[in-house]
Design a protein around this ligand. Structure first.
Ligand code: NI
Ligand code: MN
Length: 228
């Protein structure tokens, strides 16, 4: 299974012949200037919440690729009003079986307002699983006790966690989150994009390592093949 990082909280996962793109924020991100969104492939675009730094390029990429946008009911309705038609609404705790696997929209402790000030529903994360992979992207969130439920009910191959602090969990809480989820392979996101969320990479990697965990920090545009 191939995982590609596009900067900030944007990444794609290729599984079962489908490309699932998460939280596209590329064209406004100077650090991702080398990525041409016209070249991006997507069959599905999953949006964790309504903040600009998670949805900025979703409409353009959806139109380019004919991908289906999956998000909470309020965000999907917002895109429906913009004239998009390939949409799938969810809400917290709900699962749906797509052709690439099952997606559960999970709780996140954060906020969610759309760029024009519209209500963005409750923020969430995505638990994705099929017969080759199981992973959890928390979205922007604080550390929550709900993450223990994930650890009790799922067997994750990896988790995608925000580690930049200030707006989300920082490194120390992300390590606790990984413990709660019983997951030792973490891909870090939501760091370095803005001054508020700059981190020391080596220190972060070392802190995870000291707890027996692997923190993967990819270069923008970089990929990792996660073996099952
Ligand atoms: Ni946010
Ligand atoms: Mn964010």
């Amino acid at each position: 299974m191939n995982f590609t990082f596009y900067g900030h909280a944007c990444f794609s996962v290729e599984t079962k012949g489908k490309t699932i793109l998460f939280d596209p924020f590329i064209s406004p991100n100077p650090k991702a200037a080398a990525i041409d969104i016209k070249q991006l492939k997507a069959d599905f675009i999953l949006l964790s919440h309504g903040h600009e730094d998670h949805i900025a390029d979703a409409e353009v990429i959806a139109k380019n690729t004919n991908a289906t946008i999956v998000s909470n009911y309020e965000i999907v309705t917002w895109y429906q009003k913009k004239g998009l038609e390939k949409l799938h609404p969810m809400n917290l705790g709900g699962s749906w079986k797509f052709d690439f696997g099952t997606v559960k929209y999970t709780t996140a402790l954060h906020s969610s307002m759309l760029p024009d000030g519209s209500y963005g529903g409750n923020p969430g994360g995505f638990l994705v699983k099929n017969d080759e992979i199981s992973f959890y992207y928390t979205g922007d969130t604080a550390l929550t006790m709900d993450m223990k439920l994930i650890g009790e009910t799922e067997k994750l191959d990896f988790a995608v966690l925000p580690i930049g602090d200030n707006f989300t969990m920082g490194i120390n809480d992300a390590i606790i989150a990984a413990d709660f989820m019983k997951c030792n392979k973490i891909i870090g996101i939501h760091y370095d994009t803005f001054g508020y969320i700059e981190i020391n990479h080596q220190e972060a990697i070392d802190k995870f390592k000291a707890k027996g965990k692997e923190l993967i920090l990819l270069k923008i545009g970089g990929s990792v093949n996660i073996k099952m």
